[in-house]
Design a protein around this ligand. Structure first.
Ligand code: HEC
Ligand code: HEC
Length: 337
């Protein structure tokens, strides 16, 4: 048989239409962000369409009458009910026991918890309050209604700010979320729903959300590229405050590296020099102008052992490190003016 006549064969034609339908449905539902289970269900519908067209094209049967017809009817009914019940028992079920257990779960007693246990308890608080319905975080959630906590590195906020964001979400809208719909999207009842202890656990959990690999960014994920902290005047100004010792007591880069980047302490690195080479182990001779975000973090967070350049992450939060870096980077950029 030739290809042309093969395609004309009505069974093969149906099958080709089916494949086209399945591919389109899968692509569209994937693009629209449906969960995998839904994509499967939509594909089952497409398959049902194929079955339907196959059945109406089957040669018609002899007309049945009397008892025979009745028996056929019962058997067909039983067969289809069996298939339906069989398939649906394989699909995930709504389990009221689980939902009730969620509601009755005793509140977190943070006083008895610390470190990893508090963080684990905080993860439960996050799940119980369905934060991932609007916020992506650590593989949870698909919605872009609220800021993606991985991208904005939510862990760089301090406890107090985080708590205000959660109990009083109308106070200040996150960058990129100041349109009317987003501004009022986050529920205002978490202050009542979440106990003091739970809130402590929740913020401990959120604070694990930061990265030493990339400069933090802000903005709305589905509305164009997000803006790096070191490209925002607001954060460059904050960085200056940190670098000059106005924000974190005891942390002051300028006493050694100079306010204008001209080293004050002898031996301190000249941050204006783009060819200055790193002394961090493993990054031998790497020139400052070639440092990635992660390299900068490595230098400032860990310091240079046995020199006055201490590892600042030992005593200060990651936010302080990123802010100091923002300003430290400006001097080599300004060079040549
Ligand atoms: C119905 C959607 C929705 C739910 C549910 C929700 N949020 Fe939000 N959230 C938003 C939106 C939208 C914003 C951005 C606008 C704003 O700042 O109020 C936001 C902002 C935030 C911010 C500030 C983020 C930033 O980048 O500054 C934090 C922190 C936050 N939410 C935490 C939570 C936590 C914790 C929960 C669960 C207890 C939660 N949210 C539940 C929609 C939601
Ligand atoms: C007490 C003085 C002192 C303070 C405070 C200080 N530094 Fe340093 N820093 C030094 C010295 C000294 C070196 C050179 C060490 C060497 O080359 O052996 C150095 C080196 C560096 C380097 C090069 C690291 C590398 O990879 O070789 C960077 C970047 C740097 N400092 C940034 C900072 C920033 C940002 C701050 C503020 C958070 C800061 N320093 C605070 C003294 C200081």
């Amino acid at each position: 048989m030739q290809l042309g006549s093969l395609v004309k064969n009505r069974w093969i034609k149906k099958f080709i239409w089916y494949i086209i339908g399945a591919v389109i449905v899968t692509a569209v539902t994937k693009k629209a962000g449906f969960p995998p289970l839904f994509i499967v269900i939509f594909n089952v519908y497409v398959f049902a369409c194929l079955l339907f067209y196959v059945i109406i094209d089957l040669p018609s049967m002899k007309e049945l009458t009397g008892l025979r017809a009745f028996v056929y009817l019962i058997v067909t009914f039983a067969l289809f009910s069996g298939i339906y019940i069989g398939i649906s028992s394989f699909l995930p079920q709504f389990n009221p026991e689980f939902e009730i257990a969620e509601i009755r779960r005793p509140p977190v007693k943070l006083s008895a918890l610390s470190g990893p246990e508090a963080i684990k308890a905080g993860e439960d608080v996050f799940k119980k309050n369905k934060c991932a319905n609007c916020h992506k975080f650590k593989g949870m959630g698909t919605s872009m209604r609220g800021p993606n906590f991985d991208l904005v590195q939510i862990g760089l906020k301090d406890d107090k700010t985080l708590k205000t964001d959660i109990v009083d979400p109308r106070k200040e809208a996150a960058k990129g979320f100041d349109d009317q719909k987003s501004k009022t999207a986050m529920p205002t009842y978490f202050g009542e729903e979440i106990s003091e202890d739970e809130m402590g656990a929740l913020t401990a959990y959120l604070k694990t959300g930061w990265s030493k690999d990339h400069m933090p960014v802000r903005g709305k994920e589905d509305a164009g590229p997000m803006v790096r902290w070191d490209e925002e005047p607001e954060f460059i100004a904050l960085g200056k405050d940190v670098y000059e010792g106005n924000l974190y007591p005891g942390l002051n880069c300028s006493v050694c590296h100079g306010k204008d980047g001209v080293p004050i302490m002898q031996g301190a690195r000249d941050l204006r020099d783009p060819n200055s080479q790193s002394k961090r182990p493993g990054r031998d001779k790497q020139k400052l102008k070639d440092w990635s975000d992660a390299d900068w973090f490595d230098s400032v967070a860990n310091g240079i052992p046995e020199t006055p350049m201490m590892g600042w992450l030992q005593q200060y939060p990651p936010r302080a490190i990123w802010l100091a870096i923002i300003y430290g980077k400006q001097f080599s950029k300004a060079k040549g003016k």
